[in-house]
Design a protein. Structure first.
Length: 217
């Protein structure tokens, strides 16, 4: 059986959604980052880098979002998580990589500036600068959704639910945590609502106990 180590609200939401949508049995195992469980010796034996997500299958361990998504796409080919046509697949993977290696770290600079400097003034500057940058990146995602809709695609990479859709839910939610109103990105926010309403995605949202819009009223 596949086992997924995840943290509520983290980027592990992406493979969590894909596994739930597959309809196949899997074991979701929560890692409480706020309690430092990722630094326990038990967890470091699974992933020495103390990160989520981690996928365990057949005694083998796979880490990092792009690698896990690729593995799940091959494990459940009928789901079409990534397009089968080579160029379309490459385009989906390049967007996934951008979300993971560019947009995601921008939020980290907002949410955890202490990871980059112990200077309080510098941390404040990091948060301010990266909040502006993150808003621009969310606007970019909004444009992607608008173009997908204009092309008649049900989801960001085509006809099937995939990792780009799940990551969009995560990044828009993070925007609300950063004080960026996600509803201003009308196309992306409508897509988030559509994706969140899917039974498999709704089950993951419930399991992780997530509120999609964390803006303080």
């Amino acid at each position: 059986m596949v086992q997924l180590y995840f943290a509520p609200g983290a980027c592990s939401f992406v493979p969590h959604v894909l596994l739930q949508a597959s309809g196949q049995a899997f074991e979701p195992t929560m890692v409480k980052l706020h309690k430092g469980e990722q630094y326990s010796e038990e967890y470091k034996a699974i992933n020495p880098r103390s990160q989520v997500p981690v996928l365990v299958h057949g005694g083998e361990t796979v880490t990092q979002i792009v690698a896990i998504v690729s593995y799940l796409n091959d494990l459940f080919p009928a789901m079409g998580y990534l397009p089968s046509e080579p160029l379309a697949k490459a385009r989906a993977l390049q967007t996934l990589a951008w979300m993971n290696n560019t947009v995601h770290p921008t939020f980290t600079h907002i949410f955890m500036p202490q990871k980059f400097t112990d200077d309080a003034a510098a941390q404040a500057l990091l948060k301010t600068y990266n909040t502006q940058l993150f808003a621009q990146q969310l606007a970019d995602i909004d444009g992607m959704v608008s173009r997908a809709v204009a092309q008649g695609h049900a989801y960001l990479a085509g006809a099937a639910l995939g990792p780009l859709d799940a990551y969009t839910v995560t990044l828009m939610r993070w925007g609300s945590i950063a004080g960026i109103d996600p509803t201003q990105f009308t196309a992306a926010w409508a897509h988030v609502q559509k994706v969140a309403a899917l039974p498999a995605v709704a089950q993951v949202i419930e399991r992780e106990r997530l509120q999609l819009n964390m803006m303080k009223v």
